[in-house]
Write a protein that binds this ligand. Structure first.
Ligand code: GTP
Length: 358
């Protein structure tokens, strides 16, 4: 038996305003809460028990898990105050049943990946590592902390984001999935916030612990920003990202009771949520339309997220926009390039326009 801890207690600030009502891991991605993709992947890799480490909006997870049957035992551990990534792992300790030398998988709650989890645990056991990190190579590592390894795969440092080209000593970054020997979790200080990335990992290196990295260059995406959220959802629908929980792959996914006009165009891996409406002549490309939202006649929605129950007026154009739950965007508006509209906001007809020549 392998146990896992799924870290889902963050505030998801980069995805606001979608995370005002719903914690990031509970946002629907390709038809189900994102966390379901992770839980079912872990289940299929042989994990039999998973601890959901919650903090922000913990009640939303509880309500969902109480009614869900995911084919795996899910236990909720809730922090009274957010304890950070390392503090949350330590807080999950009393909920774990593994022995001190057994491996425990840890997942960040916003990573979509195809990593071979069984291979990761096997590497961890075979090398006798204290901690094994899944590393992923990225083309431009300047936005990330770097994790160099030696020729035997031993992690040699945890480096801050590189500021100069000389500081780019590797393209491998921490991919947000680890295997911990359970006894290492015992050594994390209890009852106070701890960052696993900034405190626990560097501390383990300083103390001479065996920390190894497994580089996997398969699919990896951090769904923390609106654009990557849309991309992850589309990749799942199109079948280019792996998950056992996607109801059906194809050019788009229409959930039950959605109504799409016969002359509307929906493609690029878009999702049309339950009970959502897409009007005549509307075009929805590579976008996520949450449950009960309405895209009125002739509207164009590309690479955007339309929150639950929101309305996009006739002829309105959205490109790379995020519309909060219940917001109403009047007719004939243009919301482009990173615009975010707060839940329940009202934008009158024809009041927002961007010139493409600007
Ligand atoms: P941003 O605020 O947009 O950066 O997103 P985030 O809140 O998810 O933060 P970040 O991406 O750094 O967190 C990495 C993972 O750890 C995510 O899956 C978070 O849900 C989780 N996490 C972060 N802080 C805590 C915490 O205090 N408690 C728990 N249980 N999980 C946390």
């Amino acid at each position: 038996m392998t146990e896992a801890v799924l870290l889902v207690g963050g505030q998801g600030t980069r995805l606001r305003p979608l995370t005002v009502n719903t914690p990031k891991p509970m946002l629907p991605v390709a038809g189900v809460p994102f966390t379901v993709h992770q839980i079912t992947r872990a289940r299929d890799a042989g994990v039999t028990r998973i601890i959901l480490a919650t903090s922000y909006k913990a009640e939303v997870f509880k309500a969902f898990i109480d009614d869900a049957d995911l084919g795996i035992e899910v236990v909720i551990a809730t922090e009274d105050e957010p304890l950070g990534t390392g503090g949350a792992i330590r807080h999950a300790l009393p909920y774990l049943e593994s022995g001190p030398d057994e491996p425990v998988l840890i997942f960040n709650g916003d990573v979509l990946s195809g990593v071979d989890l069984d291979g990761l645990v096997t590497h961890h056991r075979d090398t006798g590592s204290d901690v094994t990190l899944y590393l992923t190579p990225v083309e431009d590592p300047r936005a990330y902390g770097l994790v160099p390894t030696d020729h035997e795969g031993r992690v040699t440092a945890f480096l801050e984001k590189p500021k100069t080209d000389e500081e780019i000593v590797t393209n491998n970054i921490n991919a947000g999935c680890y295997v911990f020997k359970r006894s290492i979790i015992d050594s994390i200080p209890a009852g106070r916030p701890v960052s696993v990335e900034r405190e626990t990992f560097p501390g383990l290196l300083d103390s001479g612990a065996l920390v190894t990295g497994v580089v996997d260059s398969g699919y990896w995406l951090d769904l923390g920003t609106p654009l990557s959220f849309v991309q992850g959802s589309c990749d799942l629908v199109l079948g280019s990202a792996p998950s056992p929980a996607v109801p059906q792959t194809g050019d788009y996914l229409e959930l039950p009771e959605a109504q799409v006009a016969s002359d509307a165009q929906v493609h690029g891996g878009s999702v049309i949520g339950r009970g959502a409406v897409v009007g005549a002549g509307a075009v929805v490309t590579g976008a996520v339309v949450f449950d009960g939202a309405e895209i009125a006649d002739g509207a164009h929605v590309a690479h955007s997220i339309v929150g639950a129950g929101a309305v996009v007026g006739a002829g309105t154009v959205l490109n790379r926009a995020v519309i909060g739950d219940g917001a109403v965007i009047g007719r004939g508006n243009e919301l482009l390039e990173g615009v975010r509209v707060w839940p329940e906001a009202r934008i009158p007809d024809g009041s927002v326009r961007f010139s493409s020549d600007a």
